[in-house]
Write a protein that binds this ligand. Structure first.
Ligand code: NAP
Length: 494
């Protein structure tokens, strides 16, 4: 059986960052297992029209690989191109196995290592590893809505994250289900295509989101030249953007009134984009701003107000072979249904495929404790398992790449610690794990995510927010700056 020091699952921003940083430490024996055919993760998968990052690119990129971005908010192809370039330059790609799935990883207590079964183009094989680093992403498994008859629909139907570019929308009747971060980027693009081809768009909204302007701009002239020539200037931009975004944290976690300017901006956005009072009322959210992710768009409301769009707020009762029927009995014929209904976030499918010391899976463990980790990274009973973008590391207001780098720094230091001490394995002790999570959940009670009057995918079925980090992101980075061995139970080498 082949042994590698590290198996890294996923080649998105997280897995690639882990590979690059481990290699910088001389850790060359790793295997990155990626189910897709290239790097990029969510940015490879989400190719829907209008796909764009709503965090400015200067911040939504690695601190160690700045880039000459063309716009303040980069479109998906530019981000994907960036990740591919960084990967190429890193000299790590020879250890990536693409089109390969991690079928199952189990901790072998005798050998004190992970036994990882993978399947790819060359069939199925098992490798062993000292660590298992999971960067599989929190938004990688599309969630389909549970709607009666959806599976009987005879037209085209696809999820926003699996856009079917073979389907020509021209002149069609299209329905978009959902009005979240993905939908509000898709809707203006689809509406334009349909407007110019005699097609029609129905948008099915369950709850209206808060949407502030995005004010995207292309870097031009002297600014573009300066950004191209002086990487130091990109750093200045990055720092400014970081602190501007961090300004949201007190509003989300302590003083909701601080979110009033954002609410005013969102209300002005509605007023600017929509003239009809009835439609304005329909799109005005019924919960505190920040309770769900604040979205950014200048084109969403005009698209809803367009003549060829209908915003439907009645609950969907069922889907038939060729129509969507709402609870009021109205049947709207449709050719193409786009489900922009989000992802499995609080019951991550990969956790069914990782078995720890007690012989049960991470999913089983989390059925008891709720989705929880120590520092969002490690879990008792799962030695040398390190998660990136694990429980309570999510951000609604800033760049996940910042969090990813903080977690990778921690993992890197954990690996150095294993090398230095000669320990075979570490796992967080249950007391440290409990204290960390009790503190998080105590803080969570005061946040707008729990008190803002919305139901969101941040909350699990017990109402616990297991997704977001409830403090400043620089606090997160500080807490993970070095590996705290004293919070861990250690296993000596056999
Ligand atoms: P989402 O935010 O979870 O939104 C899903 C939408 O579908 C919501 O409007 C939801 O309504 C609706 N929905 C779910 N089930 C439904 C059902 N059964 N019937 C009717 N409507 C239903 O998913 P997403 O838009 O794909 O975004 C997910 C996350 O991806 C975002 O929060 C963000 O973190 C990330 N993202 C980021 C960007 C970016 O620019 N950085 C862009 C896209 C996505 P309710 O609100 O009522 O639940």
């Amino acid at each position: 059986m082949t042994h590698v020091e590290h198996v890294i699952v996923g080649a998105g921003f997280a897995g690639l960052c882990a590979a690059i940083k481990l290699q910088e430490d001389g850790e060359r024996e790793f295997l990155v297992v990626e189910k897709g055919s290239t790097v990029g993760g969510t940015w490879r998968d989400n190719t829907y029209p209008g796909a764009c990052c709503d965090v400015p690119s200067q911040l939504y990129s690695y601190s160690f690989a700045s880039h000459d971005w063309s716009k303040s908010y980069s479109p998906q192809p530019e981000i994907q191109d960036y990740i591919e370039r960084v990967a190429q330059r890193s000299g790590t790609l020879d250890r990536f196995a693409f089109d390969t799935t991690m079928e199952h990883a189990a901790w072998d207590a005798d050998a004190q290592r992970w036994e990882v079964r993978i399947s790819g183009p060359e069939g199925e094989r098992t490798v062993t590893s000292t660590t298992l680093i999971v960067g599989a992403g929190g938004l990688s498994e599309p969630k389909l809505p549970e709607i009666d008859g959806l599976d009987t629909f005879q037209g085209e139907l696809f999820h926003s994250a699996r856009w079917d570019h073979g389907v020509d929308l021209a002149g069609k009747r299209v329905a978009v289900i959902g009005t979240g971060a993905s939908a509000i980027q898709i809707i203006p693009e689809v509406q334009q295509v349909l407007a110019s081809t005699g097609g029609h768009l129905d948008v099915y909204q369950r709850s209206a989101p808060w949407v502030i302007p995005r004010n995207d701009r292309t870097y031009k002239g002297a600014e573009a030249t300066a950004l191209q020539r002086f990487p130091a200037l990109r750093k200045v931009y990055r720092t400014g953007i970081y602190w501007a975004h961090e300004g949201y944290v007190p509003a989300f976690t302590m003083v909701p009134k601080l979110a009033l300017p954002a609410q005013k901006a969102a209300e002005a956005n509605i007023a600017l984009g929509i003239k009809d009072p009835a439609l304005r009322a329909k799109v005005t959210p019924q919960f505190a701003i920040g309770c769900k992710r604040i979205l950014r768009s200048n084109t969403y409301y005009p698209a809803l107000a367009a003549d060829n769009t209908e915003l439907v707020t009645d609950r969907i009762a069922k889907v038939t072979g060729n129509a969507i029927v709402t609870a009021d009995g109205v049947e709207r014929p449709v050719d193409v249904i786009v489900v922009a209904t989000g992802f499995h976030t609080t019951e991550l499918p990969i956790t069914e495929h990782i078995t720890g010391t007690a012989g049960h899976t991470l999913a089983d463990a989390w059925r008891t404790t709720g989705m929880a980790a120590y520092k969002g990274t490690t879990v008792p009973g799962f030695p040398n398992l390190f998660m990136i973008v694990g429980p309570n590391t999510g951000q609604g207001h800033t760049s996940m790449v910042f969090i990813i780098e903080a977690q990778v720094a921690y993992i890197r230091d954990a690996v150095r610690t294993l090398r230095r001490t000669g320990y075979a394995a570490v796992e967080p002790n249950p007391a440290a794990f409990r204290k960390w999570n009790a503190d998080l959940q105590r803080r969570m009670k005061r946040t707008v995510w729990n008190t803002g009057g919305c139901s969101s995918w941040y909350l699990d079925d017990q109402g616990r927010n297991t997704v977001l980090w409830p403090k400043a992101t620089f606090t997160f980075r500080r807490q993970l700056a070095s590996f705290d061995l004293d919070a861990y139970d250690v296993r000596k080498s056999a």
